[in-house]
Design a protein around this ligand. Structure first.
Ligand code: FAD
Ligand code: SIN
Length: 535
């Protein structure tokens, strides 16, 4: 199955195509260049758009005195609620420190103490201070700045902005040998084109936009994951959508990207309060307000249900240097009429991160030859049922380097592209909002058989709203539809509560569900298989 598009009017070639210019795409690109390969870097909007530049809290790595990859591993496994792939976690935590040093060598500047040591803070689920941060709460902006500066002026990288990757192109052997894309450009590279290469790396980030309220920017429509599904790749763990506990609550009618109040604010001492002014997390978990975020999100949800209020409160008034430590959050609070040094901040959970994605191995191979996936689009298994705070930027750094090394070492030539005769699909852009509302209503922090069945019925109906009107909006809406369906199907199948997947009709984790749900879209039909997770 493919998205409905016109015929490609132009062709561009490179050794490798990288789709997406966040931490995953840029790290892969820089490492490919270090091996002398040419890269075509395509990105949907401006180069710096995507989740990376919004990252606040920081990057987790065992760099502090007394810390070790082993301790980082233990915290990652606990947060992942017994569903992490142990090999992927080992790679992440042992290669993490070197990957961060490399990022620093590439120009990223992290906050330091008066004595010049890198300052490390704490976030939910970490038993140690191990989070590097930059500009106080502007870590992602610094990572993005440094990596973009590092690709500047390299003639071996061709960048095309405003280039929306649409579908994969295969050769006669079924290997991916390129992509179709739509470019809003000038001159010869405008409209639908095709890009050919011996390997394609998807690094298109998350899919937060399947929900009506999310911390993710508008480009996070999961395009690369949907592209991979249509290309025949398997996805896994997609039911594990992480809801960040402390997203500023403004008004339920305000959809789209919402301001995040970093977990690092709780790391520096802020406390959650219910509407009676009572601190509630200490009764729930030994780490109190710094429990893993699935546990905090669930407890906030319970408090909101009890009080019939749409939010709880975050008290950050005790943080003495709030303005200097969290300048971005301070500004966004002020813009919303709150002075966090004097007032409580209304917060509620919102969709934040896809712990699952395209199923890949430790070198980033998807189940389709020639197609690699990196960063939030991938499911390496490192996050299990719930990602540990600040492990995501780290994953992009570590696995971006691994993918580039694999491509450089095992470079195999792709064959000629074959004519595409597959069935096509295109849905109206008008389905985006009802789809987001149906997902938030039925597949949110707390789900049940009944709510998910309702959401799937709505999705099925939305799937009948076909169109021939090709536009960025309709391609995105179709991607959102396919991914929302996968998320809701996975959530319905998983009859237990684990990590960020909470079912009101199955409140406990079940040993019978110590498995990964793997999904595939074949000839327009969904298939599901279950894989036992060994730790
Ligand atoms: P992204 O950075 O999202 O980049 C995706 C890229 O793909 C973008 O360039 C986008 O434009 C492009 N793209 C998308 N679709 C297409 C298409 N069809 N064609 C071409 N290009 C496309 N993680 C941490 O570890 N620490 C934190 O402190 C932290 N804070 C966060 C705060 C916020 C508000 C958010 C939203 C996330 C945060 N995260 C954090 C998560 C982390 O930022 C992301 O998981 C990570 O940046 C993802 O990187 P990526 O490279 O995979 O994707
Ligand atoms: C945050 O700063 O709270 C977000 C950290 C993350 O998503 O890892």
């Amino acid at each position: 199955m493919k998205l409905l598009t016109g015929k490609p009017g132009w062709t561009v070639e490179a050794d490798v195509i990288v789709i997406g210019s966040g931490v995953a795409g840029l790290t892969t690109t820089l490492n490919l260049r270090a091996s002398g390969l040419t890269v075509l870097l395509v990105t949907k909007a401006h180069l710096d758009e995507g989740s990376t530049k919004w990252a606040q809290g920081g990057i987790a790595a065992a760099l502090g005195p007394g810390d070790s990859p082993e301790q980082h591993k233990v915290d990652t496994l606990i947060a992942g609620a017994d569903l992490c792939d142990i090999d992927a976690v080992n790679v992440l935590v042992t290669e993490g420190p070197e990957a961060v040093r490399k990022l620093i060598a590439r120009g990223a500047v992290f906050d330091t103490s008066d004595s010049g040591e890198i300052s490390l803070t704490r976030e939910g689920g970490h038993h140690r201070n191990r989070i590097l941060h930059a500009g106080g709460d502007a870590t992602g902006a610094e990572v993005s700045r440094a990596l973009l500066a590092a690709i500047q002026g390299d003639t071996g990288i061709e960048v095309i902005e405003h280039a929306l990757a649409i579908d994969a192109i295969h050769d006669a052997a079924g290997r991916v040998c390129g992509i179709t894309l739509h470019v809003i450009g000038e001159g010869s590279r405008d409209g639908i084109g095709r890009a050919l290469a011996s390997a394609v790396v998807i690094a298109t980030g998350g899919l937060g936009q399947i929900y009506s309220q999310t911390t993710n920017p508008s480009v996070s429509t999961g395009d690369g994951v949907a592209l991979a599904l249509r290309a025949g790749a398997e996805v896994a763990d997609v039911e594990f959508i992480q809801f960040h506990p402390t997203v500023m609550w403004r008004d339920s009618s305000l959809g789209g990207q919402q301001p995040l109040i970093s977990e690092a604010v709780r790391g520096e001492g802020a406390i959650l309060l219910n509407n009676k002014g009572e601190a509630f997390m200490a009764k729930v978990h030994e780490l109190a307000d710094l429990a893993p975020r699935d546990i905090v999100a669930k407890e906030i949800f319970t408090q909101m249900e009890k009080s019939h209020q749409p939010h709880v409160w975050l008290d950050a008034t005790g943080i003495e240097n709030f303005v200097e430590r969290f300048p971005t959050i301070y500004q966004s609070c002020l813009e919303n009429g709150i002075d966090p040094t004097k007032q409580l901040i209304p917060v509620a959970p919102a969709s934040h991160y896809a712990s699952g994605g395209v199923l890949v191995d430790l070198q980033g191979h998807s189940s389709v030859p020639g197609l690699y996936v990196c960063g939030e689009s991938a499911c390496t298994g490192a996050h299990g049922a719930n990602r540990l705070a600040s492990n995501s930027l780290l994953e992009g750094l570590v696995f971006g380097a691994r993918i580039a090394a694999d491509i450089a070492t095992h470079r195999s030539q792709a064959g000629e592209p074959v004519e595409d005769r597959e069935a096509t699909i295109l849905l109206s852009s008008a389905i985006r909002l009802p789809l987001q509302l149906a997902m938030s209503e039925g597949a949110g922090v707390m789900r049940s058989h009944e709510s998910l069945t309702r959401t799937l019925a709505t999705l099925k109906e939305l799937g009948t709203h076909t169109t021939t009107d090709q536009s960025i909006e309709s391609w995105e809406a179709t991607n959102l539809y396919q991914l929302a369906t996968a998320v809701a199907r996975g959530a319905l199948a998983r009859e237990e509560s684990r990590g960020s997947h909470r079912r009101s009709d199955y409140l406990e984790s079940s040993p019978a569900w110590h498995k990964r749900i793997v999904q595939l879209l074949k000839n327009g039909e969904w298939q599901m298989r279950f894989v036992e997770v060994g730790q």
